[in-house]
Design a protein around this ligand. Structure first.
Ligand SMILES: Cc1cc2nc3c(=O)[nH]c(=O)nc-3n(C[C@H](O)[C@H](O)[C@H](O)COP(=O)(O)O)c2cc1C
Length: 193
């Protein structure tokens, strides 16, 4: 049994994250879900709290949350998964932007991070998005390349999120490898607070 942090962002593929969470729970893992506000517009947090049997975190400023909830969430996983990952979250992580609960939490995660992008084919092919993916890959984030096919916007091409079963298989593979986290330990850093 492992602890998995599933981050869901505001892609039309957000509904597929429910299957990812369900499959991971069925495998016996402890699954925690964090969602962006855009993701909650597409799938209700209640779906994920029911599937994970835990509260879902979607608001950095929720007065009911412990004030360092994002740090606690970041410290708990053996593996973190961002599925689906929007162009927006890729840009934020590549540039150290932490302005809501998913980006803030993911920047503090030191466990291995699997990223499953999902977006319109032209967004995916945009050189800025590709540059962000290259940068994050070089920093240790593990990408699951999107599949090709019919996209919700009507276009055809790469951009479809990897299927839930493949994401779960990748999580299982990473856990079996016991690989180190996204970032090597650093010395001499300044700790906030
Ligand atoms: C119905 C709908 C579907 C969307 N699907 C995607 C998508 O698949 N990929 C993406 O990058 N953005 C998509 N967007 C745009 C994002 O939701 C938007 O960029 C948002 O700011 C992302 O916020 P987040 O990264 O904090 O979740 C979609 C927007 C809407 C309204």
């Amino acid at each position: 049994m492992a602890r998995i942090l599933c981050a869901v962002t505001g892609s039309i593929a957000a509904y597929k994250a429910a299957e990812v969470v369900s499959r991971l729970v069925q495998l016996g893992h402890e699954v925690h879900v964090v969602m962006t506000r855009a993701a909650t517009e597409l799938v209700r947090p209640r779906t994920f709290s029911a599937l994970s049997r835990r509260p879902v975190h979607s608001d950095l400023w929720d007065p009911m949350e412990a004030y360092t909830e994002h740090v606690s969430l970041a410290e708990l996983p053996d593996v973190a998964v961002i599925a689906p990952a929007t162009a927006n979250i890729l840009g934020k992580l590549a540039h150290g932007i932490a302005d809501e609960i998913v980006s803030t939490t993911m920047l503090a995660v030191t466990a291995p991070v699997l990223v499953a992008p999902a977006m319109n084919v032209h967004m995916y092919r945009n050189p800025v998005v590709q540059e962000n993916i290259r940068k994050l890959t070089s920093l240790g984030y593990r990408f699951l390349a999107p599949g090709e096919g019919y996209l919700a916007c009507g276009d055809v091409g790469p951009g479809r999120m990897t299927e839930p079963a493949a994401i779960v298989a990748a999580v299982t593979g990473l856990l079996a490898e016991g690989r180190p986290g996204t970032r090597p330990p650093e010395g001499g850093e300044v700790c906030g607070g």
